[in-house]
Write a protein that binds this ligand. Structure first.
Ligand code: 3PG
Length: 214
C-alpha cells in the first residue's frame, strides 16, 4: 500500500489500537475482536518479543485488516516487521536513518514528532503525516493546532494519553487523520482472554468515529 492509501484507511477507521501482546497465541482472537468491533487495524508494538509473530498471524488470518508495526526503533526491527507483513511502520520519535530505510523499502512510515524542529525534519524527509507523541503530555490538540500554523499541510496521528474522554475532540479536528491508543486493548484484558470485552470497547470507540465523521 502507498502512504496515501494507508492514510485513507487510517482516516476511515479513525482509531488505531496500539497493541502490545505478550503471547502470540492471542493474536488471532485479538484480531477477530478488533475486526468484529469495527476497528480493523493494529499498530503492533515491538516492545514485546511476540510482535513479529503477532503481525504475521494477524496479516495472514485477516487480510482485510490494516496491520502495522509500532515502536520500530532500528532498521533490523523494520526488516522483521516488513517480512512479517506489516503494511505500515510507526515509531515514537523521528530517526532519519530508520525513516529513510523504510521509505527505501516502499513501505509507509509514520514517525513521531513533538516539536517544530521535528516537524521540519519530517518535511525534509518528504512526509506530510506524522504521529504526535506523547500527545496529551505534549499539550494535546492545542499544541497540534499551534504546530499546524506554520506547517499547514501537515496532518497528525495523536497517540499517548488518548482515551474515551478526549478522543472525540481530536477526531473533530481536520488536522487529525486518526488517533492511536491502548485503551481498548489493555494488557489485562488480552492476558485474561477477555476478547468479548475488547470487542465491546472497540465497538464503542468505532461508534465515536461514526458520530464525528459520519
Ligand atoms: C504508544 O505506544 O504509542 C503509546 O504509548 C500509547 O499510549 P496510551 O497507552 O496512552 O494509549
Amino acid at each position: 500500500m502507498t502512504i496515501d492509501e494507508v492514510k485513507k484507511r487510517f482516516h476511515e477507521i479513525g482509531i488505531i489500537p496500539v497493541v502490545a501482546i505478550d503471547d502470540a497465541k492471542d493474536a488471532e482472537p485479538l484480531g477477530r475482536a478488533l475486526m468484529q468491533g469495527g476497528l480493523p487495524a493494529a499498530e503492533v508494538t515491538f516492545r514485546t518479543a511476540a510482535a513479529e509473530e503477532t503481525i504475521r498471524t494477524m496479516a495472514q488470518k485477516f487480510p482485510d485488516m490494516l496491520v502495522g508495526a509500532g515502536t520500530v526503533l532500528t532498521t533490523e526491527q523494520a526488516d522483521r516487521a516488513i517480512a512479517a507483513g506489516a503494511k505500515f511502520i510507526v515509531s515514537p520519535g523521528l530517526n532519519p536513518e530508520v525513516v529513510q530505510y523504510v521509505q527505501s523499502k516502499g513501505v509507509p512510515m509514520t514517525p513521531g514528532i513533538a516539536t517544530a524542529s521535528e516537524v521540519e525534519q519530517a518535511i525534509s524527509l518528504g512526509l506530510d503525516f506524522v504521529k504526535f507523541f506523547p500527545a496529551e503530555a505534549m499539550g494535546g490538540l492545542k499544541t497540534i493546532k499551534a504546530l499546524a500554523g506554520p506547517y499547514n499541510h501537515m496532518v497528525f496521528m495523536p497517540t499517548g494519553g488518548v482515551n474515551t474522554a478526549n478522543v472525540e475532540e481530536y477526531l473533530k479536528s481536520d488536522l487529525i487523520v486518526c488517533c492511536g491508543g491502548t485503551w481498548m486493548v489493555k494488557k489485562d484484558l488480552i492476558n485474561g482472554g477477555k476478547f468479548d470485552e475488547i470487542e465491546k470497547i472497540c465497538a464503542d470507540a468505532a461508534a465515536v468515529v461514526r458520530k464525528v465523521r459520519g
